[in-house]
Design a protein around this ligand. Structure first.
Ligand SMILES: NC(=O)c1ccc[n+]([C@@H]2O[C@H](COP(=O)([O-])OP(=O)(O)OC[C@H]3O[C@@H](n4cnc5c(N)ncnc54)[C@H](OP(=O)(O)O)[C@@H]3O)[C@@H](O)[C@H]2O)c1
Length: 119
């Protein structure tokens, strides 16, 4: 029977990694998104060592080109993605509102808001 498949963005560490780990443990095919290939590869290797079916997907959610490349890669493995976990995110620089700049806030929105839409 075909495995349920999931793409988790920002899954090289933190909550994304733990989500990927638990779904891998449950027998799902995990497409592990990571903007840094080395960190992503290390995470995939750890999951694979635990017996998970995990595939590294280089993916920076702030880049249309990167998202398109990730889509191509996933399509090489499956014609159906069952679940998307838009996990990649950044807290930005945590300062009082009067001390923040539009540029900084734009950066956080690019990842946390537009990133999810892009993906
Ligand atoms: N932990 C909490 O208490 C909490 C509370 C509220 C919301 N959240 C949200 O839950 C999510 C995970 O939180 P966490 O605590 O696990 O955070 P984390 O440990 O900082 O992990 C964030 C993940 O997102 C990735 N990421 C950041 N920018 C990215 C980009 N442009 N493209 C692709 N990946 C990117 C990071 O990659 P790198 O390793 O390359 O930096 C990392 O893999 C985030 O969206 C966070 O905002 C967390």
């Amino acid at each position: 029977m075909r495995r349920t498949s999931v793409l988790v963005t920002g899954a090289n560490k933190g909550l994304g990694y733990e989500t990927a780990r638990r779904l891998g443990e449950s027998g799902w095919t995990v497409f592990l998104g990571s903007r840094d290939e080395e960190r992503g590869r290390a995470a995939v290797e750890k999951l694979a060592a635990e017996g998970a079916d995990a595939v590294l997907v280089p993916l920076d959610v702030t880049s249309d080109e990167s998202v398109a490349g990730a889509l191509r890669l996933v399509r090489e493995h499956t014609d159906r993605l069952d679940v998307l976990v838009n996990n990649a995110g950044t807290p930005g620089r945590i300062v009082p509102p009067a001390d923040s700049t539009a540029e900084e806030v734009h950066g956080a929105f690019d990842t946390n808001v537009y990133g999810a839409i892009r993906v």
